[in-house]
Design a protein around this ligand. Structure first.
Ligand code: FAD
Length: 321
């Protein structure tokens, strides 16, 4: 069946997030031969419209306003509600990012529709679209379908491959005339206290440190390895609680959920709450001096050793490649 599906492209700090292209691929799986309409919201987002089209969007609607420069719940809800009302799509696909996790339930409630969150796989089964999502902190997966009303889902970053980019593709780009008004919150500026360049939830490589890293300085070798591999540094809650790093780096049940191609866990024991955030990583390498550490039960490769010896050796070897 052919459906019209709206996706939200995420523009953050002046660039279009990779997961935006993954939402287009996910939408294709829902839409069949239907239409993919991409929405871009922000202060100045028109320049990203062509890229959305090159990755498979048929049409792009931009909503631009100075008060939409930084995400706010009510600003984006106004923008998206207006677009959804005028487009009346059969499906909506957003990213399961901090933004999507806040916005999608709010919109679902406004639209009086259901929401399938944190989807990792989408497949057609006859007339139905089946969505796979992890449950019980990643210990099991469930498959769900929506039989009635709007199909609304958020997809976990790094799980659904974007379609191949084709710069010959063309599509219509429309500026929305929605009036953004009476906002309760306007974010004027964001001041960060972490300087990491690569976004943790979208990183292809993550070097994560635990309590075994022992201090703030102990994270330095991890940063060096991450720089060589073009990755991001993450952490266990143990490391965050010990004030070795910022909570923004926490991975796990109460932190970020990540699915990189490569996850290197350094001095992390592998508590269930940590595994909940990283066990679906494609390749897991664990470095721990305790051969009985639980992290080895989920690791593809295990190195029993002192991380302060192993990590610099890895950095040196990767530098040679
Ligand atoms: P530890 O368990 O202390 O492990 C440190 C490891 O480092 C050990 O295995 C040790 O052998 C190894 N080590 C020490 N020195 C070295 C060395 N030189 N070289 C190599 N290895 C070394 N945790 C999370 O991570 N994320 C969450 O989101 C999260 N949410 C939670 C939610 C709840 C409700 C609760 C109750 C807990 C949560 N936790 C979470 C905490 C979790 O239970 C663990 O306490 C935490 O993950 C432990 O962190 P760790 O592995 O860094 O520390």
């Amino acid at each position: 069946m052919n459906k019209k599906v709206v996706v939200l492209g995420e523009v953050s700090e002046g660039s279009l997030r990779n997961v935006s292209f993954e939402t287009i691929a996910a939408a294709k799986a829902v839409a069949g031969d239907g239409e993919i309409v991409a929405v871009l919201v922000g202060e100045s987002v028109k320049s990203f419209a062509d890229e959305m089209i090159h990755y498979g969007a048929d049409r792009v609607i931009t909503v631009e306003h100075e008060n939409l420069k930084n995400y706010t719940s009510d600003g984006y809800t106004q923008a998206l509600s207006h677009v959804i009302e005028s487009e009346n799509p059969e499906g909506l696909i957003f990213a399961h990012t901090a933004l999507g996790k806040d916005l999608a339930p709010r919109l679902a409630s406004k639209l009086e529709t259901g929401l399938i969150s944190d989807v990792t796989e989408i497949e057609q089964q006859g007339e139905d679209v089946l969505f796979t999502r992890p449950i019980y902190s990643g210990k099991a997966f469930e498959k769900k379908t929506i039989k009635d009303g709007t199909i609304f889902a958020t997809i976990r970053p790094n799980n659904i491959e974007p379609l191949e980019k084709d710069e010959t593709l063309t599509g219509e780009i429309i500026s929305s005339d929605v009036e953004i008004k009476d906002l309760r919150t306007i974010i004027k500026d964001i001041i960060r206290n972490t300087t990491d360049g690569v976004d943790l939830s979208e990183a292809k490589v993550i070097i994560a440190g635990g309590r075994g890293v022992k201090s703030q300085e102990g994270f330095e070798p991890l940063h060096e390895l991450a720089d060589v591999l073009g990755g991001a540094v993450g952490a266990s809650r143990g490391a965050c609680d010990a004030e070795y790093c910022d909570y923004a780096l926490q991975i796990g049940q109460t932190g970020k959920v990540v699915t990189p191609d490569l996850y290197i866990a350094c001095g992390i024991s592998g508590a269930i709450q940590h595994l909940a955030g990283m066990s679906n990583s494609k390749t897991i390498v664990a470095i721990n001096k305790d051969p009985e550490a639980n992290i080895f039960n989920v690791a593809d490769y295990g190195i029993v050793g002192d991380l302060f010896e192993v990590v610099p050796l890895l950095t040196e070897e990767f530098k040679k490649l």
